[in-house]
Design a protein around this ligand. Sequence first.
Ligand code: ZN
Ligand code: FE
Length: 256
Amino acid sequence: MTRLVIEAVPALKDNYVWLAREPGAGVTAVVDPAEPGPVVAALERHGWRLDVILNTHHHGDHVGGNRALKEKYGCKIVGPAADRERIPLIDQAVAEGERVALGDQQAEVFDIPGHTRGHIAYWFAASEALFCGDTIFSLGCGRLFEGDPKTMWHSIGKLRRLPDATRVFCAHEYTQSNARFALTVDPDNPALRARVAEVDRLRAAGQSTVPSLLGVEKAANPFLRADDPVLARNVGLAGADAVAVFGEVRGRKDRF
Ligand code: ZN
Ligand code: FE
């Protein structure tokens, strides 16, 4: 079993495009190409061709490279079935429970609407890698552009069930500003404080905070902890259900 080799390609202002290479079969995917230039440069540096684009959702900073990369490489484009008409040049529309092969490695697809109506995640179990676009960020979550708190909390619940050792390859370096907010709603959480210290150290050294570990996010990310009574109490909603707490925390973040 050859695990995926995964590399960040920084793009636009704060996007991470992910190159995922299955070295046994020699096939390469790119997740959410924000723009073509840096992706082509990274591929050429390695001497790799591009075989497939995996899109998580339709936003321009995730599909902006589709057209140019397909023209150059003739790669296949995979994206969410629920949003197929908004994914440029999509070839294969996938939904919950379907699998996408990359050489020897397989991704399971989850439907995780909330940020957008047709957002999906790709979970490569054998590589302990989750590509979740703009749904979970380290210490944060995506804005609810096309969904409500109930929808997003349910989507996050699907991802939260994955193993703690899962590496969370989200699409943005938002961690440090997420950390500042998270401390306002969960100030006494030791897991959060430890993660914030690590994030500040990494950023001071000019390093990426992504991927993070799902086990860390489960303990430290307030958007994965809306069913924790401590968090509910901290936002003045003791005894309320998780959806109400999640909605309150998301609303505070929007105004932060
Ligand atoms: Zn987005
Ligand atoms: Fe984005």
